[in-house]
Design a protein around this ligand. Structure first.
Ligand code: ADP
Length: 517
């Protein structure tokens, strides 16, 4: 730091930042970045799968957040013996005392709350967020995959392979895996008349959530909502047309699907009718008036008649605008003994928008109504995404790590076809694909390497890409039999996104950090 003066004699301070900036170049930069990425992936690795662990996160103001697995276990088993139930209540009271939140247990949420500082770690958070945004599922898996790719890349760099060669090899391998996924995919059959398969799938998604008690009705609501806004011919679903609203009170079972919208308002006067059919209403976010001319005009009115004509003209224009508005039914609904009222606007001709109106009860008196509504919203979001993904593309691949193992075998074989240095990176990609089944096995208390080796050998022997990790100890590791599947686009997206992020990280060879003042 130095004090200097400008031409008017005013003092100013020169910070010699450049000298103090810490700088990492070449291999050191890549290693530091890889370490940061791996650290994030390591945190999420233990959360993967049906038996994943929980994370306890403390916010700067001291509030504690526990990811939902633990809480879920407490709610899902109401049949546990009384002594255990007392323990459950005790724990819930404790959580309440700790001001616990009830977040979804997915990677995106955990990372969101970790408030990471490092730029590379932020990239991993973004990675999970992109997967959530595009697909709505697989947010933990994508980070685990990226972490494994980074781990393998580190080994290759240490062996003296240039990062660009690694990036190229990864790109080739990801293409092989992408295409292989398509080959092992199956079609998930359903139609507008036969929505049961879709309902069953959404039920599977909801079964691991706290709202499990109402999974059948919520799954039906989610599927009907998605079908209401879906364009089955173009295979397009605009989830923005589905509004998910919640109001404290009532029971979760009262959650309903409204083919229209719900406004948290009542009729402005008590004497107004509570139900208006064939109503004409417009809900606007802009003024409702005849357009004003952009240029200035002068109208000379010198007689009363001329004024009348002008007024009538304006009136007519306005009338036409009103006539153009179509709204079906407006009705006011009041809830139970409370004075709460809402306006339902339904059967509108020009809008396909639907609303899922959640009523939040206390599943047990220890979880607040509001929390329940928030958790229901998150769970429904997952179910809506699953249904939307299947409508967009009804191809599925089987889960439990089976698809990754099958891809790993295919990529390994592809490596032999490449004579260049890339083959090392391609082989490493195949090893990285094993990270998901390894984590699933480890998290389920199974010996990871032994389990993976056995499953891989079985896939090769039986030529069956559906063999995966039997996390729940069902007795078969055929994921088709267990009905554990993921959408093809979701899995493909995971591989593409993880590869892109890792390539991006590998291409950074200079890290300049700000000076520490
Ligand atoms: P993500 O946020 O990536 O979806 P999850 O914690 O939901 O992470 O775990 C998803 C992984 O768990 C997937 O690989 C999926 O195939 C696997 N999985 C889910 N249910 C089962 C099951 N019953 N048996 C084996 N694997 C399962």
């Amino acid at each position: 730091m130095a004090l200097a003066f400008d031409e008017f004699g005013r003092p100013f301070i020169i910070l010699r930042e450049q000298e103090k900036k810490s700088r990492l170049r070449g291999l050191d930069a890549q290693k530091a970045n890889i370490a940061a990425g791996k650290a994030v992936a390591r945190i999420l690795r233990t959360s993967l799968g049906p038996k994943g662990m929980d994370k306890m996160l403390q916010s700067p103001d001291g509030d504690v957040t526990i990811s939902a697995h633990l809480l879920r276990c407490l709610f899902l088993f109401p049949h546990v013996p009384l002594c255990l139930r007392s323990l459950r209540l005790l724990l819930l009271c404790l959580l309440k005392l700790l001001h616990c939140e009830l977040p979804a247990n997915d990677g995106a949420t955990i990372l969101e709350q970790m408030d990471v500082d490092n730029q590379i770690a932020k990239l991993m958070v973004e990675l999970s967020r992109s997967q959530d945004y595009e697909i709505g599922d697989g947010t933990t898996g994508v980070v685990v995959m990226a972490g494994a790719l980074l781990e393998q890349a580190e080994k290759l760099l240490e062996r003296g392979i240039h990062p660009i060669r690694v990036a190229e090899g990864y790109e080739m391998a990801s293409r092989v895996a992408f295409e292989h996924l398509e080959q092992i995919s199956n079609k998930f059959e359903f139609s507008a008349d036969n929505i049961e398969p879709l309902v069953q799938t959404c039920m599977t998604t909801l079964s691991s959530k706290i709202v499990n008690r109402c999974k059948r009705s919520l799954a039906e609501i989610a599927v009907k909502a998605v079908l209401a806004v879906a364009d089955l011919e173009r295979k397009d679903v605009n989830l923005d047309l589905i509004k998910v609203e919640g109001k404290v009170g009532g029971k979760l079972e009262d959650t309903e699907l409204i083919y229209g919208i719900v406004v948290d308002k009542d009729m402005s006067h008590p004497q107004m009718p509570k139900r208006i059919e064939d109503a004409k209403i417009a809900i606007l976010t802009c003024p409702f008036e005849p357009p004003k001319p952009k240029t200035k005009h002068k109208v000379d009115i010198d007689t009363v008649e001329k004024f009348q004509t002008l007024r009538e003209q304006e009136q007519k224009y306005f009338d036409e605008m009103v006539q153009k508005c179509k709204a079906g039914i407006v009705r006011e609904k009041s809830f139970g003994t409370t004075k709460d009222r809402m306006l339902y606007i339904e059967k509108c001709a020009n809008s396909r928008a639907v609303t899922i109106f959640i009523r939040g009860d206390t599943n047990c008196c220890y979880v607040g109504n509001k929390m329940m509504i928030e958790e229901t919203k998150r769970s429904l979001h997952d179910a809506l995404c699953v249904a939307r993904n299947l409508i967009r593309n009804n191809s599925i691949v089987y889960g439990g790590g089976s698809a990754e193992i099958s891809c790993s075998i295919a990529v390994e074989t592809a490596a032999d076809r490449h004579p260049g240095v890339e083959q090392y990176a391609i082989r490493s990609f195949a090893d990285a694909l094993d990270a998901v089944p390894l984590a699933l096995a480890e998290n389920s208390g199974l010996p990871p390497i032994d389990t993976l080796t056995a499953v891989k050998a079985q896939q090769v022997k039986e030529n069956n890409p559906h063999c995966g990790i039997d996390c729940n100890d069902v007795g078969t590791n055929d994921m088709k039999e267990q009905n554990v599947f993921e959408t093809l686009i979701g899995k493909q997206q995971q591989i593409l996104l993880a590869t892109q992020v890792v390539k991006m990280i590998l291409k950074i060879d200079d890290v300049i950090s700000p000076s520490e003042y």
